[in-house]
Write a protein that binds this ligand. Structure first.
Ligand SMILES: Cc1cc2nc3c(=O)[nH]c(=O)nc-3n(C[C@H](O)[C@H](O)[C@H](O)COP(=O)(O)O)c2cc1C
Length: 365
């Protein structure tokens, strides 16, 4: 039986979810394991002094982590959007859909995205679209979800490996600039698990982007997902392509002045496994931390109630670790000394990024 283009697209969305769930079962070395905090024996604070609220995309969020863009576009993936939306509604987590591109072409798929808003009418919801889309499509994406913000994803390696992927990236920068200037809601530009270089961050800032999610390697791997689906060209050698999330945050540090001068908010995602990774990503400079694969597996394995309980536990764990570090809020966490080692340290040194700064920054504060 041959499938029409819309059916093929739905099949692709289902494949993505199933292959991402498979990847969640793997154990891999994490760049976050190359980061340690310096322990001090006093805390001089009480638990109720710890404040984890954070501001990004022009909104104050009570939780320092969020459910990052994943899915929608088929019957099967609609169930995931419904469950993830319920988790967001019950916990106050911000949430994003996957790319709504398919619904812009085929409105019969609208409900697979809109369900996330229906079950979460008052939450912070982000629509998601690729950078090849026009400003007009970006407005349609926001309207579809009554979205509070729009995520624009950068996914060149995924498109390259995907048999049916885009082969023309020449208009991305101008599309992003038009959206940032005219959309009317905050725009967040994100990677999809390949991380960012300081050059990418500089370019995004020059386009006026104020919210950047570096989304690095270490978790869901779209080169491997698309390579598993591609039976003509073999891209298995690119399985380790891209910067890890920690490397990307270190890259961002190299352009810290530019980030501060332009009041840019950094977000981090990619390979976040547990609250300790969130703590490290926040400390490395992120204002909030996104999780995709981990939440996908969680609603799949332990359902909505189990995931809501996990979120509450994670928030408490974060607060407790911040108490241990005597960090009363996220800004103060970003002045704690961090020791980088292994591949992460090599990366920083070869890119001439000052790793010593992280190890001694509390003194200068
Ligand atoms: C099933 C699945 C589908 C995804 N689809 C999208 C998408 O449509 N748009 C997007 O920006 N990112 C998409 N992503 C990428 C995530 O937002 C994130 O950048 C990446 O998965 C790394 O985070 P993780 O390691 O926590 O999964 C998807 C991730 C998963 C697991």
């Amino acid at each position: 039986m041959t499938l029409d283009p819309s059916q093929l697209n739905q099949q692709r969305k289902d494949d993505h979810v199933n292959l991402a769930l498979e990847q969640q079962k793997e154990k891999q070395h994490s760049s976050f394991d190359d980061i340690r905090f310096v322990h001090h024996s006093f805390s001089k604070m009480a638990f109720d002094q710890v404040d984890v609220q954070t501001v990004w995309a022009q909104h104050t969020h009570q939780m320092p982590f969020y459910i990052n863009g994943m899915t929608g576009g088929s019957k099967f993936t609609k169930q995931f959007n419904e469950k993830l939306g319920q988790v967001a509604a019950q916990t106050g987590l911000a949430i994003a859909t996957g790319s709504v591109s398919a619904a812009l072409k085929d409105p019969s798929l609208n409900d697979s995205f809109q369900i996330m808003r229906e079950v979460n009418p008052n939450g912070f919801v982000m629509a998601n679209l690729g950078a090849h889309h026009s400003l007009e499509n970006a407005k349609r994406a926001v309207d579809l979800l009554k979205a509070d913000a729009l995520q624009i994803h950068l996914n060149v390696p995924q498109e390259i490996v995907m048999p049916e992927g885009d082969r023309d990236f020449s208009n991305w920068a101008e599309n992003i600039q038009a959206m940032v200037e005219n959309l009317g809601v905050p725009v967040i530009v994100k990677e999809v698990g390949f991380g960012m270089s300081r050059e990418t961050i500089e370019l995004l800032i020059s386009l006026g982007v104020a919210n950047i999610d570096v989304s690095g390697r270490g978790g869901t791997n779209f080169v491997r997902i698309e390579d598993d689906r591609n039976n003509r060209l073999d891209f298995s050698a690119l399985g380790e392509w891209g910067q890890t999330t920690a490397e990307s945050l270190v890259e961002a540090h190299a352009v810290q002045d530019l980030i501060e001068r332009n009041q840019v908010t950094l977000l981090a995602s990619g390979g976040i496994r547990q609250p300790f990774d969130i703590l490290k990503a926040l400390s490395l400079g992120a204002s909030a931390v996104g999780l995709s694969g981990r939440f996908l597996a969680s609603v799949n394995d332990i359902g909505v109630d189990g995931t809501v309980e996990m979120v509450h536990n994670w928030r408490e764990s974060l607060q407790l670790m911040m108490l241990m570090l005597e960090a009363k809020n996220i800004q103060s966490l970003q002045h704690k000394d961090l020791i980088l080692s292994g591949n992460l340290l090599d990366w920083a040194q070869l890119r001439q990024i000052d790793a010593d700064h992280f190890a001694n920054r509390s003194q200068s504060h």
